[in-house]
Design a protein around this ligand. Sequence first.
Ligand code: ATP
Length: 361
Amino acid sequence: MAAEIRLEGVTKSFGGIIAVKEMNLTVNKGEFLVLLGPSGCGKTTVLRCIAGLERVDKGRIYISGRDVTDFPPAKRAISMVFQSYAVFPHMTVAQNIGFGLRMRHIPKMEIERAVKEVAELLKIDDLLNRYPAQLSGGQRQRVAVARAIVTRPAVLLMDEPLSNLDALLRLRMRAELKRLHHEIGTTIIYVTHDQIEALSLGDRIAVMLNGEIVQVNTPTQIYDRPADRFVGGFIGTPPMNFLKATVAADGLMIRGFPITVPEEWGKGLKGMIGKVVLLGIRAENIMVHPEPKKGELTAEVIVSEPMGSQQLLTLQVGDDVLKVTTRPDLRIQPKQVIGLSLTKDKIRLFDKETGKALMFD
Ligand code: ATP
């Protein structure tokens, strides 16, 4: 039922603008893949190319191994849910959901059964006789999703489907989409610029920038081991911290203080002694000590913000600014000088000029 999708060297431009550049991507059968990136990076264009709503300039698109590059949308066994989930206002919920099946001249009894089944799956079976105007935003969104999956598409494409909902509803719908995916097993490609949504929904995330994929991997790998400075800074709240560090004979130095790194990096770092790199570390992987220990890297506190379950500190280390999360009850004052220790296994290094990750493990 679910399909594999493969993009090979897909390029699409509009006039002089290259929206998607030589893109290669395989989405596995039954996978929930999130396309994540800032506004204008080409996410929607990729989706529209897969759906057949845009003709690609170059490259091929395969669905279940079949070259569909020249197929019209109707022949691709794909459904799509857009941000502006247009439901037909003059049709009831049941008629909206059954629309695609009626177009295919499926017998009435069968349509009724299929509509009831997906309506139950999406918990809108008590709303079947209502009109869209009588529904909340979240309910309307569920109707749009129900309408997209009732035809049992091999692929479901979703373009920012939750962005018109309020924060609480988004949170609920997110969990429901995940459950739905487990139940129907369809391959889903989901476009968002919201990194939290991407981390929580995706089996894998493809991070895009300027029409290209920068990194494709599981949420954990993308969070822990970003391929470059952009990915580290785009994913995570707060974003990854970057500190200038100098490679020394036995590790790294920041402002004259030694920083311990994983032992296995020794060989890789040897050829770089004296070079300045960017050390990347996430807020939760920095320990703070109100009384600095001897020989320990120090920082000056700029602001401390209580966030309920934790406290967010903004710190100054030389000309670098750091965000660190701590226990909520740790008493820290602005201007205080505190000690920092970094969890060595969580340190990542990046080239200062190119921003690319330096991998030694
Ligand atoms: P957003 O998150 O803002 O929706 P996106 O990542 O989905 O952005 P696209 O909509 O794919 O980005 O757009 C990629 C680039 O292609 C942008 O520079 C956009 O202006 C351009 N573009 C997209 N569609 C068209 C079009 N029909 N005509 C001209 N330019 C277009």
